[in-house]
Design a protein around this ligand. Structure first.
Ligand SMILES: *Cc1c(COP(=O)(O)O)cnc(C)c1O
Ligand code: SF4
Length: 326
């Protein structure tokens, strides 16, 4: 059987710093520390995403998001392995129920790209992900709680699951009468736009549930023509498109970049939803933005953008009943 194009592209993703640096015409520097950082969380970058980076620029904002480096090995006070309390909130394997009316399913541990700032970089996915066997008990749990109206497929990245299995999962969710909405959080439309297959569009739209796709972009350079095309297809299929970003030092911590991101997203039919402050996860301290700078950015965004293009700035605090506005 022939693999879908997106799976072939994933198999060809960069997986070591040296070949990525050489592709970008950068000096292969600090490879020993990069290897050490790789042991904690490996490098993974589809070629499409690498093509959006500037050749010869070691400070490229997309490169900074994915290149392992020695700064990750520095211990920082307050940075821990499970900053958002996922392990504590875990009711049953693969299911997180922290907020009223919506549950989050950890469908897979796999991602199409490895983001160095990711709060799940230390998450023990082996026991935290829904296996097909656990899936049935997740469905039972949802069925027995009539207050749950929305299911969020997350991970990892739910679009790493191939379409036939995803179609089966969605069909089973659709059969739960109290569910109204199905939300997916994914970075694949950004790093691998060919993932938006006709089969995926079909399974998300031929369906009584309202579908929402929360894409995850952090910088306007990520808004490629291929992403615009994928978004156009999703919109035509009736899927509501939102974006979430993480505020990252050296990537998007200036008003000009964030304004361009919001405007660029709107041009391709995506509304800014959340701008998350960094989760204080071990190894990501070099991405943290100082609090006075955060305040000033917030004021500038309010001033420079129409209200509907200002993302809600939030932080996730373990044990809280929602994301916490900043
Ligand atoms: C972030 C999150 C949600 C979604 O929260 P919204 O404010 O609805 O976007 C739901 N469940 C969990 C466990 C979450 O971490
Ligand atoms: S795609 Fe999302 S879950 Fe996966 S590494 Fe990046 S931020 Fe983390």
């Amino acid at each position: 059987m022939q693999l879908p194009a997106w799976q072939t592209a994933l198999a060809e993703a960069f997986n070591d710093p040296q070949s990525l640096l050489s592709y970008l015409q950068l000096k292969p520097e600090n490879l020993a520390e990069r290897q050490l950082a790789q042991h904690q969380f490996s490098l993974k970058v589809p070629r499409h995403y690498a093509e959006l980076m500037a050749k010869g620029d070691p400070h490229d904002p997309l490169l900074r998001q994915i290149l392992p480096g020695g700064e990750e090995l520095v211990d920082r006070a307050g940075f821990i392995d499970d900053p958002v309390g996922d392990l504590q909130a875990k009711q049953q394997p693969g299911l997180l129920h922290k907020y009223q009316g919506r549950v989050l399913i950890l469908t897979t541990g796999a991602c199409g790209v490895h983001c160095r700032y990711c709060f799940r970089r230390h998450y023990p996915y082996q026991n935290g992900t829904a296996t097909p066997a656990q899936w049935q008990s997740i469905l039972d749990t949802i069925r027995n709680q009539s207050s749950i109206q929305e299911v969020i497929l997350s991970g990892g990245d739910p679009l790493m699951i191939h379409d036939p299995r995803l179609a089966k999962m969605v069909a089973e969710l659709r059969a739960l009468p109290q569910l109204k909405r199905l939300r997916l959080h994914s970075r694949l439309p950004v790093v691998l736009p060919q993932r938006i297959t006709p089969e995926l569009l079909e399974l998300l739209s031929s369906n009584r549930l309202q579908s929402i796709m929360v894409v995850h972009t952090n910088h306007p350079n990520e808004l490629s023509p291929a992403l615009a095309e994928a978004c156009e297809k999703m919109r035509s299929a009736g899927i509501t498109l939102l974006n979430q970003s993480v505020l990252l030092k050296g990537v998007n911590d200036d008003a000009e970049t964030l304004v361009r991101l919001s405007e660029g997203l709107f041009e391709i039919g995506v509304l800014p939803y959340y701008l998350h402050l960094l989760d204080r996860v071990t190894g990501a301290g070099h991405f943290e933005v100082e609090s006075n700078r955060i305040e000033s950015l917030k004021a500038q965004l309010l001033q420079q953008l129409p209200g509907y293009l200002v993302p809600r700035m939030v932080r996730e605090i373990a044990g809280e009943a929602s994301k916490t506005p900043v």
